[in-house]
Ligand binder design. Structure first.
Ligand code: GLN
Length: 599
């Protein structure tokens, strides 16, 4: 966002004439931005292309239950945002940003390649059911419009029909009910080859590791293009944010397309190819980035140790994933302490760090800082906590909303053609690309008139927005068709509202941290910001688990129950988000005072 001078924040000096990076410019920005833009664009092409496939891959190919699928997805994305803490630190101390980005790019492409190879060599899990100790084969008639599932009982095939009360009817070919099974008696699962499950988890571990080296450091490099006080910095980050979403937009359309047309391996393969291209762009930069993101001077070269250490850490992440997948379901009504104790290691690690870290940093600030500094740090922490709320709900996109798209959305576009469930993720990126310039202009013109909302108010709009998006979809759900499918435009509407909300919080957040933090610990505060997004991803998985529905062979047993379940969860989180937005709006008054003029 472009900073506009106002009465209480005087214009920063225009120093573009002394900024060496601006000798030759790209849209008025240092020309290096172009290379960082394309490198990040292709990296996000890989990441979001993979993300458009992942949940459906887990649920429909590996046939994991919704609980496992959403839990694993949440754990994976949590680690994707946690590793940047270490990756950023190692780059600052030893590697330098550029080498970190190159290393991260290689590891991430290998991660996507591993996913692709696993999908190419492996076989789709085979659905089965167990009832009173006996195992039955299950077949899914993929050609039928409802993708009817059948339980094979000796010579007869019984259609599996989930009922609204949770019982399951087994219906014979002549339409007679062969058996009604009480809730929970019939258990569905998939038979998976453990080797390929392992390959999947290794691939995901590599992606989290690579992202830790790549993501924070490419952003640092963008920051380093601008001298202190260069007014183009915020606009530069907005352009960069457009690159992120431009990359994801195309891959969210193409990877699911390839998956459908060719196979899962091809979808993941395209993500790997995009990531490799990103690596090539930064590796062979033709000297364009010389002098940027170099390792700190006077430090011994520790790169080999770090590279080996990162590879050795991959099995550690693998262990965390296994621990997560084997965690028992929480006992309902057992209380908070037993819930915490039963949390998988990853959950304990994330919440522990967050819950201890925030008060500890505040106590430290009270001891070393002035009253003003403490107040600014307090304001930052309050906003960081609300940031967790935002991303928890926003990040339903990759999990519960994609499963909703798969099961309860009519994916036909004006009856002309249909898109796939994974492709619905593209709406967010599309709206960001379309709206980022509009919002940028809006904030600038509001600022000129002295009515630009303060940062806490922008955050509260974002929270209320994310809630409204869900309520919009809930409203649309009453117009579902006879197959309990809601029109795609309701989902598109949700993404439109969510994207406006994202633009109120995401590009604003990072620069806000740099301004509110006590200078000495700004790096750590950036880490806390990423940590808050990481916790959010984890909780997002837990929230998505609430929206779990029963499936057989990747198909829901009762679409009516599925729709009811989704609507109930979306309604609740919609209301909670609006409530949180209101609370933050009220808090924005003291916060404005605590922020001491930071905009
Ligand atoms: N879509 C943005 C990105 O991938 C922001 C995501 C986030 O910060 N949670 O960079």
């Amino acid at each position: 966002m472009v900073d506009t001078p106002t009465a209480d924040s005087p214009a920063e000096p225009d120093i573009t004439h002394i900024n060496p990076a601006s000798e030759k410019t790209w849209f008025g920005h240092p020309r290096q931005l172009a290379r960082l833009f394309t490198t990040e664009m292709w990296e996000r092409f890989g990441y979001y292309g993979m993300r458009a496939l992942l949940t459906l891959y887990l649920a429909n190919y590996f046939l994991f239950s919704d609980r496992t699928t959403n839990g694993l997805y949440g754990g994976f994305t949590a680690l994707v945002y946690l590793t940047p803490l270490v990756g950023g630190l190692l780059a600052d101390r030893y590697l330098g940003s550029k080498r970190s980005v190159k290393f991260g790019a290689i590891i991430m492409s290998l991660g996507y390649l591993t996913l692709s190879i696993g999908a190419g060599l492996g076989q789709e899990a085979k659905p089965f059911a167990t009832m009173e100790g006996t195992r039955y084969e299950v077949v899914v008639d993929k050609a039928s419009p409802t993708k009817q599932q059948y339980l094979v009982d000796g010579a007869s095939r019984l259609a599996i029909k989930g009922q609204e009360d949770g019982t399951v009817q087994l219906v014979a070919a002549d339409g007679s009910i062969a058996k009604t099974v009480a809730k929970g008696v019939l258990e569905f699962d998939g038979e998976r080859n453990p080797l390929f499950t392992m390959i999947l988890l290794v691939g995901l571990s590599m992606v989290t590791m690579g992202n830790g080296f790549f993501k924070p450091n490419i952003s640092t490099m963008v920051g380093s293009l601008y001298a202190q006080g260069d007014r183009r910095r915020d606009a530069g980050f907005t352009i960069f944010y457009m690159g992120i979403n431009l990359g994801s937009l195309f891959s969210q359309l193409l990877c699911p397309f390839l998956q459908e047309a060719v196979g899962w391996w091809a979808g993941f393969g395209l993500a790997a190819a995009g990531m490799l291209f990103s690596w090539a762009l930064i590796q062979f930069d033709g000297g364009r980035l010389d002098g940027y993101g170099e390792p700190p001077a006077g430090q011994p070269d520790r790169s080999m140790i770090i590279y080996i250490g990162a590879l050795v850490a991959v099995p550690v992440i693998l262990f965390l994933f296994n621990n997560l997948m084997n965690a028992p379901a929480p006992v309902e009504g057992a209380g908070f302490i037993p819930y915490l104790v039963a949390l998988p290691l990853m959950g304990k690690l994330l919440f522990g760090t967050f819950l201890i870290g925030i008060p500890a940093i505040l106590i430290w600030s009270a001891m070393v800082g002035t009253k003003t500094e403490l107040q600014m740090m307090l304001a930052a922490m309050v906003l960081i906590v609300f940031n967790v709320f935002f991303w928890t709900l926003f990040e339903q996109a990759g999990s519960s909303l994609t499963l909703f798209a798969d099961r309860n959305t009519d994916l036909s576009v004006f009856g002309w053609f249909t898109i796939t469930a994974g492709q619905t993720q593209f709406f967010n990126a599309f709206f960001i690309v379309a709206l980022a310039p509009v919002m940028s202009i809006l904030w600038t013109s509001m600022a000129k008139n002295g009515i630009e909302p303060t940062i806490p108010v922008k955050f509260s709009i974002a929270l209320a927005g994310v809630g409204l998006g869900f309520l919009f979809l809930v409203w649309g759900s009453q117009f579902a068709d006879a197959g309990f499918k809601v029109g795609i435009w309701w989902l598109a509407g949700l993404y439109l509202i969510h994207s406006v909300a994202e633009l109120c919080i995401s590009p604003v957040g990072l620069s806000m941290i740099t301004k509110l933090s006590i200078a000495r610990i700004v790096g750590m505060m950036m880490g806390v910001w990423f940590l808050s997004i990481s916790c959010a991803q984890y909780v997002a998985g837990v929230v998505a688990q609430f929206a779990s529905v029963e499936t057989v062979g990747g198909q829901v047993t009762n679409p009516a129950v599925a729709l009811q379940t989704y609507v109930a969860v979306f309604w609740n989180i919609g209301l909670i988000a609006i409530g949180a937005g209101l609370v933050l709006f009220l808090l924005s008054f003291p916060l404005k005072y605590w922020m001491h003029g930071v905009k």
